[in-house]
Design a protein around this ligand. Sequence first.
Ligand SMILES: Cc1ncc(COP(=O)(O)O)c(C=O)c1O
Length: 402
Amino acid sequence: MAVREAPGAGCPTSYAALESLMRRRLGRECLYVPSCRLGLYVALRHWCPPGGRVLMSPVNDDVIMFVVLAAGLRPVQAPLNASDGSIDPAALPESHWRGLSAVLTTNLYGNPDPAPELRARCDALGIPLIEDAAHAIGGTVAGRAVGTFGDAAVFSLSKHVGAKTGGFVAVADPALVPELTAARDALLAPARLTAELAYALRPYAEAGVRGLRLARAARGLLRAVGAEERPGIRMELRPGELKEALAGGPGLGGFDSWVRVDMHRYRLTPGRARLRRTERLLSGLDPLLAAHRAGTERLLATRWAAPSSQGRPLFRVPLLVADRDAAVAALARHRITTGYLYDPPLDVYAGDLFTDASPRPGPAAWFARHALPADPLRARQVIAVLDESGAEPALPPGHGGD
Ligand SMILES: Cc1ncc(COP(=O)(O)O)c(C=O)c1O
């Protein structure tokens, strides 16, 4: 039986330490959350009226679409730029802008969405801009940090920081912090010592699995017992159950089986071990970002980089390759795993019942099919494998590409 602590027991001081690290970095008030997805849910419930329509990117983690649905909102898929997967505001017809209740950016792979333009659009419409900066900690756009344009921005400490837990909601208006804190606390699940122990032991267990070269066998076993939740890139939609969840109205409970994918403890009150490790990792973020920056420059100098790439995607660099799946397989043969693939786009995956399709789906579909997210920390190896395997760059539509 799980041993339980009182929710939040012993945690507020450590929340404060993390929040002050992030506040110094961003210059905005920040609220700690056990996951970015929970932070996004808190923000959407606070800023968007139930039944509202939220513009979002279709090339995105499916979990995010389920968070939008759980918040009682209708996802509206945005047109994207084929070269880097960023939101293309100019391609959204005026009639679509007028029906929106909020805009949610993605900053895919750390490549910034056009936040200044989106901010101006939202101001003109009197709607909130919410920035998903899960991939974009340390990123800038127009000389300003990603996450400082929105009414709110959410961050994930599971990505760059590698904490496998935690995130922040950063807010423009500090007066909202008490209300958002109360909303977060009401959603937290009680801390569990067993979960904390598992978290503390996990790095050692993973090192052991790697050391024994059992990673592939362990994954096979997980698949065999049905514990793996993603049969492919996307999780199973289960439309019948999703319709029922929607009929039950907003709330995380009914949507839990979708929202928790890849992180079952997304609502868990963190214990001391979790917070201490997170603080240590967050304190080391700057040297890590410098290493990412160097790898990003190396990858952007290759023939697979989009020629028009302007932003600096520090989390992953989306190389554009003609046969993406063959490139993924070639990398896998060299023990390089490719994560963060988002194919097909969410409007194709979910269909009209659950989302409004993008008015211009072609560029997003093209990008999703060809983007190979390369880890900047493995830039040299990735480039060597792609060279050796003869991977060809994908030609953008209009330049002879499909
Ligand atoms: C774009 C994006 N936003 C948010 C999240 C959720 O982050 P977390 O796992 O910290 O909840 C993810 C997860 O991969 C993501 O890819």
